[in-house]
Design a protein around this ligand. Structure first.
Ligand code: GUN
Length: 293
């Protein structure tokens, strides 16, 4: 079994981005600027946003964190988005999801200018991704494609099974893997909570991408010998072993599945760091106005 080291590759990508930032600033231009909007105090979201802001510092980006309390009104949040859309110093921004239930997530996502939507969640970017037009590809699926590329994992003609159909990961992932591109050309099956006999599909996967958010759900008897296994799960479970009282668990039972597969992403240190690298890449594209000139 080969461990897919997302952390190492993410840092490599970040080094390359830092080099580009140096070129930008030495030509007299301002560094790229990413803003993040965080609503409430969800532990997971706090951790992810803190990691994104920290990574900005590492590559030389400017960053701004805007916080709102859990009870913020939709109107107030829409105003924050309008301000960021109109602020020419901000190249791109994200609104960390999930949002509290009283806020309509679709309305918020649609309020972000597509040219600043470095998460790639706006319908314009999703539609352009489907049609192979220049766009921001959402960070986690884009990160996974880069991992497969780095490890020279053959995708053409392979059966890729994606478990989970979220707008953030499963759906875009299934589209990317089926594309007529070097890093696609898979035959894709998208499984979800209503799939019957899930194991019949997962066992036929050459590449299995697990994004269901159910800790250690995928067991060794659910995979094919020699499969490539990508674990997108990051569920926080209580743990007495760590300082903060939590531990991240993936969707895959790592100990047993790793005995049977050819490649596997660990949790943490697999897909997570790649999401950050992709977000920084998208922000750099935004600053250079490469997608929306
Ligand atoms: N919540 C979980 N993943 C993501 C992500 O990639 N971007 C945002 N904005 N929220 C998330």
């Amino acid at each position: 079994m080969n461990l897919i080291d997302g952390k190492k590759i993410s840092l490599k990508i970040q080094e390359n981005i830092a080099e580009e930032v140096k070129k930008i600033t030495s030509s007299g231009k301002k560094p790229p600027h990413l803003a993040a909007v965080l609503v409430g105090n969800d532990g997971g979201s706090e951790t992810y946003v803190a990691a994104k802001i920290k990574a900005c510092g590492r590559v030389g980006f400017n960053s701004t964190l805007i916080r709102h309390p859990e009870y913020v009104t939709e109107e107030k949040l829409l105003q924050t988005i309008a301000d960021l859309n109109n602020n020419s110093d901000i190249d791109g921004f994200i609104v960390q999801l999930p949002l509290p239930r009283h806020i309509n997530e679709h309305k918020i996502i649609e309020a972000v200018l597509p040219s600043k939507d470095v998460d790639g969640f706006h319908p314009i970017n999703v539609g352009r991704m489907v049609l192979n037009l220049p766009c921001y590809v959402s960070a986690t699926p884009y990160g996974i494609v880069q991992l497969l590329e780095h490890y020279k994992i053959e995708t053409s003609g392979k059966h890729c099974v994606v478990v989970g159909r979220s707008h953030i990961v499963g759906s875009p992932m299934s589209i990317l893997m089926a594309k007529n591109t070097t890093l696609g050309n898979c035959t894709v099956t998208l499984c979800h909570s209503k799939t019957t006999n899930l194991s019949d599909y997962t066992r036929s996967a050459d590449i299995l991408i697990c994004a269901l958010g159910s800790p250690e759900f995928i067991k060794a008897d659910m995979i094919k010998q020699g499969a490539v296994v990508v674990d997108v799960g990051t569920t926080r479970v209580e743990s007495t072993e760590s300082k903060n009282g939590f531990k991240l668990k993936g969707d895959v039972m790592f100990n047993e599945v790793s005995q049977k597969c050819s490649f596997i992403t660990p949790v943490p240190g697999g897909v997570g760091p790649m999401t950050i690298a992709s977000l920084l890449k998208n922000t750099l594209l935004a600053a250079k106005k490469e997608i929306y000139p």
